[in-house]
Each structure stands twice: as C-alpha cells, then as structure tokens.
Ligand binder design. Structure first.
Ligand SMILES: [Zn+2]
Length: 67
C-alpha cells in the first residue's frame, strides 16, 4: 500500500480501509472501487479532495435567468 497522493510508503492505518500519509498529511480511504483522498485542515476536519472535488478559483456561472 502506498499513498495515492504522493506515492510514499510512510502510511499508517487509522481505520477500516482508511489510512494516513505521514509525508503529505492526507487521509485516504480505499473502500469500494476507487480511492478517496481527504485533506486535514488546521482544525483537523477532513476535506474531501479528488477529481470530482478539486478546490480551485470559483468562477461564477452565468445564469440564463429565472426559470
Ligand atoms: Zn502522501
């Protein structure tokens, strides 16, 4: 098992199918078919990260108007 984020082998198990990477400080969950990566914020909250949830500059989508 290696970290899916940085490829490090310095990982520890924190739960069922859940691991923590000591190198890049992310948690990841290998349940199911894919790997889900969670970042820990300053308060220890888990922030989901991944292809479907990539933090980036929020660009407001223009709306066509009231439906
Ligand atoms: Zn890592």
């Amino acid at each position: 098992m290696r970290c899916p984020n940085c490829g490090s082998a310095s990982i520890g198990r924190v739960g069922t199918e859940q691991y923590y990477c000591w190198d890049c400080c992310v948690e990841f969950n290998v349940a199911g078919s894919g790997v889900r990566i969670f970042h820990l914020d300053a308060e220890g909250e888990l922030i989901a990260a991944g292809p479907e949830n990539v933090p980036g500059p929020a660009e407001p989508t223009p709306r066509p108007g009231p439906a």
